[in-house]
Write a protein that binds this ligand. Structure first.
Ligand code: ATP
Ligand code: MG
Length: 216
């Protein structure tokens, strides 16, 4: 029985490696240096595919990968259809925040009922957040470097992931509202879980054990 796991390079792969190891899965190459997109592991029949972070749910939804690891940010934008989400891995932690340029009176603008221009990669999450608050927004879709938008007059505010806050500070921005805490989740294709339960369930148990031990 073959099992394919979808992962993104960078922090997800780095923080997942110890959990994979606990499940007896060790990548035979380092995705940071290898150009290969399909990487074998020490376990026969188990391979890792390297995809963009935001593409992980898509590969798992369609069964091109049986398992994957994706941030809650990415899962909310994707919608989660066809995916079983059994486990919060407590890794790649950060917060989804609203941020503005220093000096911009966000609270005041909200109180006045002003219409806000908000730039973000996370349209769905942002739309739901401001709708729940009753704030009218014009959303502008960006694919990265959201911090720039308020500095050059593209937007009044951004919705972005924040961990240390260093990038915000370096760009004269400040977080004004937390939307939600974010961490990475294990996702499983629902059909694969039924058809390959014998292979997948022990992996889920090993991940759960490693997460519990990690004390996150
Ligand atoms: P890409 O770089 O391919 O455009 P991405 O920026 O979403 O996509 P990563 O930077 O590898 O990819 O982020 C992967 C996941 O890690 C995100 O979906 C999020 O859940 C989490 N993450 C993002 N930024 C941070 C951060 N500053 N601190 C902690 N976790 C983060
Ligand atoms: Mg990135």
């Amino acid at each position: 029985m073959s099992i394919r796991i979808a992962l993104s390079k960078g922090r997800i792969f780095d923080e997942t490696a110890p959990l994979l190891k606990a499940a007896g899965i060790i990548a035979s190459e380092d995705p940071e240096t290898s150009r290969k997109l399909i990487i074998g592991t020490g376990r026969t029949g188990v391979s890792i595919i390297i995809v963009r972070a935001s593409d992980v749910p898509t590969y798992v939804q369609y069964g091109a990968a049986d398992l994957g690891i994706a941030g809650k940010d990415v899962l909310l934008e994707h919608g989660g259809g066809g995916l079983y989400q059994p486990l919060d891995l407590g890794i790649a932690k950060c917060r989804m925040m609203v941020a503005v340029q220093n000096g911009f009176d966000y609270e005041g603008a909200v109180r006045r009922g002003a219409r806000l221009r908000v730039a973000t990669k996370y349209l769905k999450t942002a739309r739901e957040h401001f709708a729940a608050k009753g704030v009218h927004v014009d959303l502008i879709k960006l694919y990265g470097s959201m911090e720039l938008a308020p500095l050059v007059g593209l937007a009044d505010a951004i919705v972005d992931l924040v961990s240390s806050g260093n990038t915000l500070r370096a760009n004269n921005l400040q977080a004004v509202e937390e939307i939600m805490p974010i961490s990475a989740r294990l996702i499983v294709n629902q059909a694969a879980l039924k058809l390959k339960r014998q292979a997948i369930q022990p992996m889920l148990d090993a991940f759960a054990g490693a997460v519990a031990k990690g004390g996150t």
